[in-house]
Write a protein that binds this ligand. Sequence first.
Ligand code: DAH
Length: 348
Amino acid sequence: MTDPASLERVRAEFLDELARAASDADLRALRDRYLGRKSGVVTSVMKAVAAAPAGDRPALGRLANELKRDIDARIAERREALAALGSAIPRVDVTLPGRQPLTGRCHPLTQMRERIEEIFLRMGYEVVEGPELEDDYHNFEALNMPADHPARDMQDTLYLAAPVVSESHTATVLRTHTSGMQIRYMQAHQPPVRIVSPGRVYRRDNFDLTHTPMFSQVEGLVVGEGVTLGDLKGTLASFARDFFGPDTAVRFRPSFFPYTEPSAELDVSCFQCGGRGCGVCKRTGWLEVLGSGMVHPAVFEAVGYDPERYTGFAFGMGIERVALLKYGVDDIRQFYEGDLRFLEQFPA
Ligand code: DAH
């Protein structure tokens, strides 16, 4: 038995269930329930229509067909809506193991530089930085290296094609060392002076195991009344023990730098072999670490300090060099290649 009102009830029930269908599987079940060939609700409606009195059949048949098309169309529409929603929401597999985020860290050279700064800060030094584009006066002249000095040889110095004129100064070279900062600082400050100045320096060198055209240094300068060679030795020996380890022995070898007199190079006992001699120290038991000396009176004169009243010491060390020594790295270029397998060996 069927009539238009019972067809509308079927539609209402269907719509109710459709509203609750939340997945493809729900929709498939719904379709089976209403349009299934054997026992679908609409299928039995069709059978009832066929059994209705002949006069009612055409009208009921039209209504039943319309109901069937409506149900079919609404299920399809709903399926598309669910699919669109599904692709908009990223699927997360909560059973997958978590991904370890890559954490950044400071480059080994930055770590080295900070370690060096820290040691000197603790000794009461100030950290100051200077320009990498430098003029002839600060890089050479005021450091007692006149125009014909061999250190200015084109082999070593990178000259700028044309001078760079900025508000603060005229640059003609890429600084070949951080020593120019001694001059800049003394020009702007009166003694006492106690500074370290880290930064990049440049030289016309080809790449090999121990050379790169750019590297970094830390300059040190102490000036005051009654500063002695003993202060220099004590300071650098204390630095060496702090930086390389408490058992480090030091020795000073006479050397020459135009801006210091006397000049000395500092060697530390080889931490690889403890001074017995090995591959790292080339069988000498010692490693060359830095250059140093008592500030030359000509340097004081250049900055207007009275050399009769003040004395001081200075030193300069290569950051890559001490890093190579400290970590036993055999190729300086590794510091610049950005290879994570190398860099990850220096957890900060
Ligand atoms: N400027 C030297 C270099 O580049 C290092 C150096 C030596 C700095 C002696 C100094 C010093 O201040 O006194 O190799």
